[in-house]
Design a protein around this ligand. Structure first.
Ligand code: OSB
Ligand code: MG
Length: 377
């Protein structure tokens, strides 16, 4: 369902942007690298009616996408924030249009839109979930498991998450660490809900290796090929029994429509940060629902800000597969909100308070801050 009732506009006074560096509880390794610290930008909208918070999901380096911390920081301070502050009043639904002349940079655009949306909804005492069209009060929680030193270590790590109650396991794969790792997890745990994520590490020439994964009855294979390889993904999908799910390739509702038309994917991972915001994410959800295509909510190691918003998004009716909406403690021993997401019976609760429904902890925020800028009108 499209957004039924728009939010009120806010009178913008300024934005505060911070770069945070938050230690991870354990290193997170994908086919594109290992992270020990989550570097992230948080943005605070300052308005006449109160504040609102957003998060920009770029990583420190352009490894998952072309966007990264300093590209987001630069474009936000130089172009995006000034364009928003040019408007005396702004409704959340207008943010994307004001920022549209600036090509790309969807991650900082998404963070700024979320900050404005949170401010507007808090001022109206409306929860984000209700605004987006949530139909559940909690969502099943999947966990994304990074590459481990060997398959035995992987099995022990997965065992820990299963013991905690996670509803679905996703393991990262890359060439040379695919069939063996997947076989080890299947052998150890049988018919658990299991999927794999390659983060673009393969080429169509690797199709024979990926075909071997068909015997594991995976829920899906996520983003085997590169971001712009829609035609190759379609060719691969025709050879596999396992559904192909796209992550990196789905940067907009247009990209989603193209991917479905080409049969490059039969499942979509929706990440609000990657597609330019939660409103575009809802449009992709609506498109997929009309097409009968299942979607799930991806994650980008969000802080409590983005994690609360992701739980709200994942509660929409078309999110029929468990998302990467894990407990905060899966990544962080200290989060920047006062009520970090927790795992309860394999689920994460959708916050019900106004806006994001979580409060930022100013002491934690200061502890992790490495850069700070305020722009006022
Ligand atoms: O591909 O889904 C991905 C983290 C960073 C960048 C890309 C991805 C991921 C994850 C972690 O898999 C998802 C999470 O936040 O739990
Ligand atoms: Mg992915």
């Amino acid at each position: 369902m499209p957004i039924v009732r728009p939010a009120a506009s806010v009178a913008l006074d300024g934005f505060e942007l911070r770069v945070l560096r938050i230690p991870l509880v354990s290193p997170f390794t994908t086919s594109f690298g290992t992270e020990h610290v989550r570097e992230v930008i948080v943005m605070r909208a300052l308005t006449a009616d109160g504040e609102g918070w957003g998060e920009c999901v770029t990583g420190a380096a352009p490894l998952y996408s072309s966007e990264y911390t300093q590209s987001s920081w630069d474009v936000a301070l130089r172009y995006l924030v000034p364009a928003l502050l040019d408007r005396r009043r702004l409704a959340p639904e207008d943010v994307a249009g004001v920022l549209a002349p600036f090509i790309g940079h969807r991650m900082p655009k998404a963070g700024l839109e979320l900050a404005v949306l949170d401010a507007a909804l808090r001022a109206e005492s409306r929860p984000l979930g209700e605004y987006l069209g949530a139909v559940r009060d909690r969502v099943p929680s999947g966990v994304s498991v990074g590459l481990q030193v060997d398959p035995r270590a992987l099995v022990e790590t997965v065992r820990g998450y299963l013991d905690e109650g996670y509803a679905r396991i996703k393991i990262k794969i890359k060439p040379g660490r695919d069939v063996g790792d997947t076989a080890a997890v299947r052998d150890a745990f049988g018919a658990i809900p299991l999927q794999v994520d390659a983060n673009s590490a393969y080429r169509l020439a690797d199709a024979a290796t990926l075909e071997e994964l068909d015997r594991f009855d995976l829920l899906l294979i996520e983003q085997p090929l590169q971001e712009d390889d829609l035609v190759d993904h379609a060719a691969l999908a025709a050879r596999l029994r396992t559904p192909i799910c796209l992550d990196e390739s789905i940067v907009s509702v247009k990209a989603a429509a193209d991917a479905l038309a080409l049969r490059a994917a039969s499942i979509l991972n929706i990440k609000a940060g990657r597609v330019g915001g939660y409103l575009e994410a809802v449009r992709i959800h609506d498109l997929a629902q009309d097409a009968g295509v299942p979607v799930w909510c991806g994650g980008m190691l969000e802080t409590g800000i983005g994690r609360a918003a992701n739980a709200a998004l994942a509660a929409l009716p078309g999110f029929t597969l468990p998302g990467d909406v894990s407990a905060s403690a899966r990544f962080y021993s200290r989060d920047i909100v006062t009520e970090p997401a927790v795992l309860e019976d394999g689920h994460v609760r959708v916050p019900t308070g106004p806006g994001l429904g979580v409060e930022v902890d100013p002491l934690a925020l200061d502890e992790f801050t490495v850069a700070r800028e305020i722009l006022r009108r």
